[in-house]
Design a protein around this ligand. Structure first.
Ligand code: PGA
Length: 251
């Protein structure tokens, strides 16, 4: 059976002390919640990864928010997949829409990042999703399909099985305008079918597909109840431990 996951993307928020505090609060709440049906992941800034890792126990995993598209060398300011691996970081978010939009990260660049992440034993959380104009023009399924094909279909079935997909409609990120659970389910089912057509139904049944975009403690339950929604990638609501835990326990 596929894995469920709730991952908190802290983006460029929190001082080191605040990040450690939030991680400890999340960890304590996860411990207190008992047996959970989903894996819990938090993604602080690069600088805070090691300290935040030390602040959580075995039930909370840590993820980077990005990695370099090159293996090593003269790339000032970059952090490689190998560096993350050597610091014991298991996950890396790749292709968040903010990276695509503000930093010009194309499908080709993101495919290289995913390749390096996998080569270094990291598990990518690979983000896809259409912009508002693409949804309004009715082309959103084509957009999502293109992002998957160009970013991920170079991998073998074995490599692909290590990837978590996050569907995040850009118009829903940080806007308070969540996709309805019908809208999200439609795209999630389409993603799973796209994966099945390429890798077969066993791989498709096993791939974890998260929803992201104004997912919060009030709407998580309805979203996660849908058959193809396997959890969430949470931005704003992951910055407050109590809200985040209510999303985690929405399963
Ligand atoms: P949001 O962000 O929950 O604040 O909309 C989601 C994301 O960007 O991953």
């Amino acid at each position: 059976m596929r894995k469920y996951m709730v991952a908190g993307n802290w983006k460029m928020n929190k001082s080191l002390a605040e990040g450690i505090q939030l991680a400890k609060e999340v960890d304590a709440a996860v411990e207190a919640a008992g047996k959970l049906l989903c894996e819990v992941v938090i993604a602080p800034a690069f600088l805070h990864l090691s300290e935040v890792s030390k602040a959580v126990g075995a039930k909370v995993s840590v993820s980077a928010q990005n990695c370099a598209a090159e293996a090593s060398g003269a790339y000032t300011g970059e952090v490689s997949a190998a560096m993350l691996q050597s610091a014991g970081i298991p996950y890396v978010i790749i292709g968040h829409s903010e990276r695509r939009t503000y930093y010009g990260e194309t499908d080709a660049i993101l495919a290289k990042k995913a390749e390096l992440a996998l080569a270094n034993g990291l598990k990518p959380i690979f983000c896809i999703g259409e912009e508002l104009s693409q949804r309004d023009s009715g082309k959103y399924l084509d957009v999502v399909k293109g992002q998957i094909e160009n970013g991920l279909f170079r991998f073998s079935a074995d490599e692909f099985s290590k990837i978590v997909i996050a569907y995040e409609p850009v118009w829903a990120i940080g806007t308070g305008r969540t996709a309805t659970s019908e809208q999200a389910q439609e795209v999630h089912a389409f993603i799973r079918k796209t994966v099945a057509d390429k890798y077969g139904s066993a791989v498709a049944d096993n791939v974890t597909i998260l929803y992201g975009g104004s997912c919060n403690e009030n709407n998580a339950k309805e979203l996660f109840a849908r058959p193809d929604i396997d959890g969430g990638l949470i931005g704003g609501a992951s910055l407050v431990a109590d809200k985040f835990i209510r999303i985690v326990t929405a399963f």
